[in-house]
Design a protein around this ligand. Structure first.
Ligand SMILES: Cc1cc2nc3c(=O)[nH]c(=O)nc-3n(C[C@H](O)[C@H](O)[C@H](O)COP(=O)(O)OP(=O)(O)OC[C@H]3O[C@@H](n4cnc5c(N)ncnc54)[C@H](O)[C@@H]3O)c2cc1C
Length: 389
């Protein structure tokens, strides 16, 4: 087998990269070690920045997004006694969209299987070789158990945090930075109409809460919990009671409904540099992880592949190396901006049990809710800064 770009991993990063390259006349093959059903059912991110919506729309993937997605004009910041709306269009002339990662993934897979480049599910034993030369290759076992070799011009490692690509880059030298947080998110999906028109980020002495939604009939809610908590210890009633406490606001209440999914998500910041070794390029969670408080993970993956697709088109069609040579530095500049923003949102909103920390957090929240400059800084970062600036 031979292709121009061998792509490892069919998450949003790998699928979108394949789509962007296809539209520019570059062929690729996407290799995914899970089944289509598994990939399409993974409940993860749900907020799309303006640039993500624009990129998906320009790539011909905007029909269902614009029909079923919910455009949001702001968020509420809450702390006891206050619920304050940040108006994004007024602050920075941008909006965000609520459209689940599951739906983005389904749209990408449908487009890929409808005349797009090959997408092979349930492959195993994926290994990348010869990335320092001009002709890297990927060895893998296909779904029927046959050993395969995919000869490539370039390999894209979009195989997430636990993939095989990042170790290959790091073997040649590099650096990682990591921060684990002393809290986790307990997330539920519930068949309940959202009781709010915008997301609510709530600081509470008992811990952070996030009220979000997936559709007019489905709510997605999160509670800060200790990372050692077991989901079995959280009955639906216990979760709803904790949500009632954390979102308590006069004259308003959380809407309850059947819980259809619940899980506990650890929180971590992680950056691996460089994002390239020879002809192997990393993008998305393969190179970096952010805690979900800033809603950046999926959007960063989209930003990476937007830069990478342009760089690979220039390399493969015009034989110019300038954009691939600068890819890692340009991508990492945005990664660090988003890493800081995600850390800042996390640090401002998650309680540690320490009274001094709590007063600093409340001071910061009051500042964001009273100063236009502070509010604009949050709004610009939340809705997404320019891809390459
Ligand atoms: C459990 C979880 C919950 C999350 N929740 C939120 C949230 O609430 N809000 C938010 O903003 N962000 C959230 N995120 C972050 C966001 O979902 C990710 O940033 C986003 O999925 C990144 O996309 P990606 O394509 O880079 O990686 P992924 O989506 O991880 O895709 C990588 C793909 O590579 C495949 N793969 C891995 N190894 C191999 C291999 N060896 N061979 C072939 N294929 C391989 C994987 O199966 C996967 O399909 C969450 C992430 C996780 C893991």
């Amino acid at each position: 087998m031979r292709t121009q770009v061998g792509i490892i991993g069919a998450g949003p990063a790998g699928l979108l990269l394949s789509r962007l390259l296809h539209l520019q006349g570059i062929d690729s093959v996407v290799l995914e070690n899970r089944s289509r059903e598994y990939v399409e059912a993974r409940i993860r991110a749900g907020i799309l920045e303006q640039h993500t919506v624009d990129t998906l729309t320009d790539a011909g993937l905007g029909d269902r997004l614009h029909r079923e997605g919910l455009e949001h004009h702001g968020v509420y910041l809450q702390y006891p006694g206050t619920r304050h709306e940040l108006d994004f269009p007024a602050l920075c002339d941008r909006t965000v969209w609520v459209y689940g990662q599951t739906e983005v993934t389904k749209d990408l897979i449908a487009a890929q299987l409808d005349g797009g480049p090959p997408l092979l599910f349930e492959v195993s034993d994926v290994q990348v070789e010869d990335v320092d030369g001009e002709s890297p290759r990927i060895r893998f076992t296909d779904a029927d158990g046959a050993a395969q070799v995919l000869e490539c011009d370039v390999v894209a490692g979009t195989d997430g945090f636990h993939g095989v690509s990042r170790p290959v880059v790091q073997q040649a030298g590099g650096r990682v930075w990591e921060r684990t947080y002393p809290y986790a998110w307990l997330g539920i999906l519930a068949d309940a109409a959202p009781a709010t028109d915008e997301l609510i980020y709530a600081w509470h002495p008992e811990g952070f809460g996030l009220y979000s939604m997936r559709s007019p009939t489905v709510s997605r809610l999160y509670l800060q919990v200790d990372p050692s908590e077991k989901i079995e210890d959280w009955s639906d009633d216990r979760i709803w009671d904790a949500l009632d406490t954390r979102f308590a606001h006069e004259g308003w209440s959380v809407n309850r409904g059947p819980v259809t999914e619940k899980s506990i998500l650890p929180m971590r910041s992680f950056v691996s540099a460089p994002m390239r070794r020879g002809r192997l390029f990393l993008a998305g969670d393969a190179a970096h992880i952010v805690p979900p408080t800033g809603a950046k993970g999926l959007n960063l993956a989209v930003a990476d592949v937007t830069l990478l697709a342009t760089a690979l088109v220039r390399l493969l069609q015009e034989k110019e190396t300038d954009l691939v040579d600068s890819y890692s530095d340009r991508a990492l500049a945005r990664v660090w901006r988003c890493t800081h923003f995600s850390w800042w949102m996390t640090s401002m909103l998650h309680t540690s049990g320490d009274d001094f920390d709590a007063e600093l957090q409340l001071s910061q929240l009051r500042r964001v809710c009273s100063s236009e400059a502070a509010a604009r800084e949050l709004a610009e970062n939340y809705t997404g800064l320019p891809i390459d600036g």
